[in-house]
Write a protein of this length. Structure first.
Length: 122
């Protein structure tokens, strides 16, 4: 029984990691003038854990949407702090995206921030 539990946890862990992509992979087909949205979704209690994060947060994630990257949106599950968000913001800028606007949506248990970027020629 113990072996089955360990085996299942390893399978589920590696399956979860396999679904996470990289920012470069997700945005590689974007052309000049196209928009992407980076979504930072946090559980409200994560608001107060901006440095240490909350890896156990089920609903927290960072995703990128390009309009054409279906099933390749997820960059990370959980929330490991705002340094992770800044890392992705810097990566987007370094590959030619410029921040166009940001907006937040606050629900009962989630805080969602959308960062809208536009691809510029570099």
């Amino acid at each position: 029984m113990r072996f089955i539990l360990i085996f299942c946890s390893i399978v589920f862990t590696t399956t979860g990691f396999g679904q996470q992509g990289t920012l470069i992979d997700a945005t590689s087909n974007c052309k000049k003038g196209e928009y992407v949205i980076m979504e930072v979704r946090m559980q409200l209690e994560d608001e107060f854990q901006t440095i240490e994060g909350n890896e156990a947060a089920n609903l927290s994630r960072i995703a990128i949407f390009t309009g054409e990257n279906k099933n390749n949106e997820l960059l990370s599950k959980g929330f490991s702090g705002y340094n992770q968000v800044v890392k992705y913001l810097n990566q987007l800028e370094s590959i030619g995206f410029v921040l166009d606007q940001t907006y937040s949506i606050k629900g009962n248990s989630l805080l969602i921030t959308h960062y809208v970027f536009r691809k510029q020629k570099r």
